[in-house]
Design a protein around this ligand. Structure first.
Ligand code: AGP
Length: 608
């Protein structure tokens, strides 16, 4: 997904743009570029296919001086990754440049019309229609030219515009893709997300859909698509720059795996008061809770797997039926909703296009929409009726780990809250679960102490081309999450099944070259899992088991065992996922993969 950075102020823009682009690298890209408006009031563009270090080599030979500029990392949608299709893009008169994140869906018709009016295009991108359109509509006010252009385009965008015509401002806007404005001292910034600005400011303004900002170094004016003035509040971001750095770890992903105990502790501190769950930000009157017939949870990817764990927890603790759906499916199918149901959307970034669309599609059809998100100021956090933050801090690695943990903890606490409100969960049982939850961070540390063993297992299994992950009950979603972790960072094919499903097809895959990862804690389906494991080993498939410390027999049955402390079944996903995260991490690292920025992936999928 593309990344945008912009600067206007008293400092040289280029170093700030290059630093910002590096902070945005994790979002995934295939080309990069910068535009600087120099002191002679000319705009210079340098851009190229490939990594930012190639762009650094390019600009090092140039004397790009100026205190206003735009930078961009491109993730190709329309037009191959090459130097010409990279952003920024010039208008025909070379007086205006644009950087853009998103998709202009009606660009072909706009392009045809502009060509008929004499405009010449040099790239294959949808984006290039924007600078030409702005030029064609300019009548002395660059903001008006941008606003009138955006009334013509359809699709998703976050964009930055600078122009020689009005060299003291940046114009920025968004619809469907995030954009944040950083407020400094006689300087302003724009970026696709918060970490790119944390080295300069923590004071931010988040543009809402179809808002257009005119940014000068000491003031900001915001209007909507109709040109009406909008008052914006400044949000203070309490993440510091250090939190977004690696802190000595080889990869952000490893740092974020190790941070998981902290995420749990921070959430328990925030949401537990005198030994009881206290979700003061959640407003569900007793009469609504009593009449709740169903809960619908929608999400994508890892957040979807967290939702599946949430289903088990909410249903067993509160007795309320839960339906979980992929956001990309939910948004297009018949939605049988009612005012006696609750909608929950789960998203780390709060900017996933399908999840946003799913949330919007059921607006006003349910009693309330609760968002469980990580990023403050994100679209989902601002549009939902209620928000429960997972307090995981900035998650930089594309593969989600600590955010998944934060999503699980939030869902467990919400399940307890509902169970008590429905009078299905006694104070004694609440206390038992919470006391166990308080010990999870310590239990997690004992799993980390097996990291050398997990690394050794990864070494032995890193050359296999296929893996099957098996789990049952509340650990089946963890099998799904473990398989996703492996495939998305090591590029090894991995799929997950409920272990009971194996005989309905997947067992045909198994032989000595098809290892199985089995999650087999000592719970009510333990013996069923052992039977499934034996069916696997009789087909000569190697087995790696995630098993309870108290299990004396498992090591005789499987090839490798990673032990997790014994906990109540309902909380076992909090521990069983950790060995799978570390196994995937080490296999990918051993294979030399780009662990934090896997190929083809973006941290947040802000386009369909
Ligand atoms: C998980 O490791 C992936 N990065 C991906 O599946 C991710 O969980 C999904 O894109 C949803 O992102 P979100 O939580 O920001 O909405």
């Amino acid at each position: 997904m593309c990344g945008i950075i912009g600067y206007i102020g008293h400092r040289e823009a280029l170093p700030i743009l290059m630093q910002g682009l590096k902070k945005l690298e994790y979002r995934g890209y295939d080309s990069a570029g910068v535009a600087i408006l120099n002191k002679e009031n000319n705009i210079e563009i340098q851009k190229c296919k490939g990594r930012i270090k190639y762009l650094e080599d390019m600009v090092r030979e140039k004397d790009l001086k100026g205190t206003i500029g735009l930078g961009h990392t491109r993730w190709a949608t329309h037009g191959k990754p090459n130097d010409i299709n990279a952003h920024p893009h010039f208008s025909g008169d070379h007086e205006t440049v644009v950087v853009h994140n998103g998709i202009i869906e009606n660009y072909l018709s706009i392009k045809e019309n502009l060509i008929l009016n004499g405009y010449q295009f040099i790239s294959d991108t949808d984006t290039e229609v924007l600078p030409h359109l702005i030029q064609s509509l300019y009548q002395g006010n660059i903001t008006e030219a941008v606003r009138n252009s955006l009334k013509i385009v359809t699709g998703s965008y976050a964009l930055g515009v600078i122009s020689k015509k009005e060299p003291d401002k940046i114009v920025a806007s968004r619809s469907g893709s995030p954009l944040v404005i950083g407020i400094g001292d006689q300087e302003m910034f724009i970026a696709s997300d918060i970490p790119a600005l944390l080295n300069y400011t923590r004071k931010m303004i988040f543009l809402e859909e179809n808002e257009i900002a005119t940014i000068e170094k000491n003031c900001i004016h915001v209007v909507n698509l109709e040109g009406e003035e909008i008052k914006k509040k400044v949000v203070y971001i309490d993440w510091d720059a250090q939190m977004a750095e690696k802190s000595g770890y080889k990869h952000f992903m490893l740092k974020e795996i190790i941070q998981q105990p902290l995420v749990i502790r921070d959430n328990l501190v925030k949401y537990i008061d005198s030994g009881r769950v206290n979700l003061s930000d959640i407003h569900l009157p007793q009469n609504i809770v009593n009449s709740l017939e169903k809960i619908h949870i929608v999400a994508c990817g890892t957040a979807y797997y967290a939702s599946l764990v949430g289903k088990y927890a909410i249903e067993s603790l509160s007795g309320i039926p839960v339906e979980v759906d992929y956001a990309s499916e939910f948004r297009y199918r018949t939605q049988l909703l009612s005012k006696n149901s609750l909608g929950i959307v789960i998203s780390q970034s709060g900017e996933t296009a399908d999840t946003i669309a799913a949330m919007r599609s059921c607006k006003n059809q349910v009693y309330s929409e609760l968002a469980i998100v990580n990023v403050k100021g994100s679209t989902i956090s601002r549009e939902a009726d209620q928000v429960m933050y997972i307090n995981a801090g900035p998650e930089i690695g594309v593969a989600s780990t600590k955010a998944f943990m934060g999503q699980l903890i939030s869902l467990y606490l919400f399940a307890i809250f509902l169970g008590k409100a429905k009078k299905q969960l006694s104070g004694q049982n609440e206390e038992k679960i919470l006391n166990e939850m308080m010990r999870i961070p310590h239990h997690m540390e004992t799993i980390f102490s097996q990291d050398d063993k997990i690394k050794s297992i990864a070494n032995q299994f890193s050359n296999y081309q296929h893996f099957l992950y098996l789990g049952r009950d509340i650990n089946f979603p963890i099998a799904l999450e473990g398989a996703l972790k492996l495939k998305e960072i090591s590029y090894i094919h991995a799929e997950a099944y409920p272990a009971g499903e194996m005989k309905h097809g997947p067992i045909a895959l198994l032989d000595v070259n098809f290892p199985v990862v089995a999650i087999v804690p000592r719970d009510h389906v333990y013996h069923k899992m052992i039977n499934n494991i034996k069916e696997v080993t009789t087909r000569d498939a190697p087995v790696i088991a995630v098993a309870s410390e108290s299990d004396e027999q498992i090591k005789e049955i499987v090839d490798k065992v990673i032990y997790i402390p014994d906990v109540q079944t309902i909380l076992s996903p909090l521990l069983s996922v950790v060995p799978l995260q570390l196994l995937a991490y080490h296999i990918a690292d051993i294979l030399g993969k780009d662990v934090d920025k896997p190929r083809n992936l973006a941290k947040s999928v802000t386009v369909e």
